[in-house]
Design a protein around this ligand. Structure first.
Ligand SMILES: Nc1ncnc2c1ncn2[C@@H]1O[C@H](COP(=O)(O)OP(=O)(O)OP(=O)(O)O)[C@@H](O)[C@H]1O
Ligand SMILES: [Mg+2]
Length: 509
């Protein structure tokens, strides 16, 4: 018998707050991989306790309140980011651990006196999931399909692959989360449907329109915001509670990490409760002390209407993105056959009501909002692990344009937003000064005409250009975006046919 470990490709949903894994059996029937006690979810949290022990998942979550400075969570928001990015500062304001610039123009996180790259943290979580899956399956899992938000850039996708490499897990493919959900819903059902996936998780929002024709899954358009998720709903509540406390007692809880952690925990639980109840108490006894040593408590009630009012701007943003994606796809709301909800935050009734009002009918309950992404990833892994009739055809798109920074600072678009992938384009280039031997291309991703306002993907340097007078050498630059949305390029001398492939990719901004 063949060694199953070599064939098996599991599916991993690496979430901002929760991760989940699944595996498909021989016939393509998928099961979720259980962790201790039958729980299918592993919190995406990494911590080090005061004895120096590394804790991952539930173990890390359990000690979170008492060790907030050394508990790293929601790190997916920082993966593949440059430290100059504005988002880094806004993350720092909402977490209790320290975020700082790393040596490799990346972001590093402090934990118990040590510094970790964000992909190292992701690799610890992936490693834990791999170990849990290996224990469950009885062989060592070595390959996985890992899902990412559709709105992730090339650089963020690379960082996820790197995280797998660090822990010896081959990330065979990165797959877009909404696309995975569509696979979980539609594979094997012989459908002909236009589906819109509205995915609002803990950290990110994605919306994709996917045309399903039996085994062909074609993404028509996608959009999103990688800084819009359940955490922002929690933060809106936290800000409200802190302001109320300040008004009553003149004390700012934001400066006390342990108090903040308690508020954060209760805010999230309250938000979840308010999806099924109209009002709930919000009380935390002895949260802090007055300068005179008198204990103070939080003692309030939260109702659903207040939560809805506080978070309305967030829901508005998701609708704005949705409208743009519909227009990018050239579709009207009534042309969508099914609206599918993915991600824990979509359990909020106000979200379902807004979508019902927009589409004139309620969203479908076609998939499990927490499990669909992992299931779709496992199905994709299964289709890749063997050929033949298992084949499914996936046609995805890139979420933002990819282009070159031109001498004047503007973006020359090579692949437009929602360009289908896999995809390749070629452009002509030449030397700009006599005897030039190197061609340098600075690639960016984003929809802004000004290159500096977009995300830098890297600077590619091609050595070995044939020295000629300026403008004489005829070069062809070939850009390739693979099925995962990852860019590679190579350059060819049109006269000699010689390929200059040795790319040096320096990512800096
Ligand atoms: N019943 C509920 N009502 C409202 N929000 C909920 C409910 N259940 C879970 N959530 C929220 O859903 C979010 C987690 O969703 P999910 O597990 O889908 O995210 P994730 O996969 O970790 O994140 P992402 O996909 O953004 O990377 C949390 O913010 C959580 O508070
Ligand atoms: Mg998710």
């Amino acid at each position: 018998m063949e060694d199953p470990s070599r064939d098996t490709i599991i599916g991993i949903d690496l979430g901002t707050t929760n991760s989940c894994a699944a595996v498909a059996g021989e016939e393509g029937t998928v099961r979720l991989i259980p962790y201790k006690g039958g729980d299918f979810i592993i919190p995406s949290i990494f911590a080090i306790d005061d004895k120096g022990h590394e804790l991952i998942g539930h173990e890390a979550k359990r000690q979170w309140q008492l060790n907030p400075r050394n508990t790293l969570y929601a790190t997916k928001r920082l993966i593949g980011r440059s430290p100059m990015d504005d988002v880094v500062e806004s993350v720092q304001r909402s977490v209790q651990y320290r975020v700082h610039a790393g040596a490799r123009n990346d972001v590093e996180l402090d934990c118990q006196g040590r510094s970790f790259q964000v992909s190292e943290v992701a690799s610890r979580i992936l490693g834990k999931i791999r170990d849990v899956a290996s224990d469950h399956l009885g062989f060592r899992v070595e390959r996985a399909v890992v899902t990412v938000p559709a709105y992730f850039t090339d650089r963020q996708r690379q960082a996820v692959k790197e995280a797998g490499r660090l822990v010896g897990l081959e990330v065979v493919r990165v797959l877009n989360e909404p696309t995975a959900a569509a696979l979980a819903y539609g594979l094997g059902k012989h459908l002909k449907e236009q589906v819109l996936v509205y995915d609002l998780g803990g950290g990110t929002f994605d919306v994709s329109i996917i045309d399903i024709r039996d085994r062909v899954f074609e993404v028509k358009a996608t959009g999103g915001d990688i800084f819009l998720g359940g955490i922002d709903f929690d933060n809106a509540m936290i800000a409200y509670v802190l302001a109320d406390f300040r008004r009553r007692h003149g004390v700012d809880l934001a400066t006390d990490p342990v108090a903040m952690q308690r508020v954060k925990d209760l805010a999230e639980r309250t938000k979840v409760d308010l999806s099924s109840r109209d009002a709930v108490p919000f009380s935390i006894p002895f949260i802090t002390m007055t300068p005179q040593g008198q204990p103070l408590s939080i003692d309030m009630r939260f109702d659903r209407a207040t939560l809805e009012q506080l978070t309305e701007p967030l829901i508005d943003r998701t609708l704005e993105i949705l409208v743009r994606v519909l227009s990018d796809a050239g579709l009207k709301p009534e042309e969508i056959d099914r609206v599918m909800l993915v991600g824990g935050q979509t359990r909020m009734p106000a979200i379902q009501e807004r979508l019902t009002a927009f589409f004139g009918r309620p969203p479908s309950k076609g998939v499990h909002p927490d499990e669909a992404v992992a299931i779709g990833a496992a199905l994709y892994g299964w289709s890749l692990s063997a050929g033949g009739d298992r084949q499914l055809q996936l046609l995805d798109v890139i979420p933002m344009a990819i282009g070159i920074e031109q001498a004047g600072g503007e973006t020359h678009v090579v692949f437009g937003r929602n360009a289908s992938i896999p995809n390749a384009r070629a452009i002509e280039a030449t030397s700009s000064h006599d005897g030039q031997t190197e061609l340098v291309l600075r690639m960016v991703q984003g929809d802004h005409p000004e290159a500096a306002r977009n995300e830098v993907l890297g600077e590619f340097t091609f050595g070995g250009v044939r020295p000629c007078p300026a403008g004489e050498v005829r070069l062809e630059v070939i850009f390739d975006v693979n099925v995962e949305g990852i860019l590679s390029l190579h350059v060819r001398d049109r006269d000699t046919g010689r390929e200059m492939k040795s790319t040096v990719r320096i990512t800096r901004s």
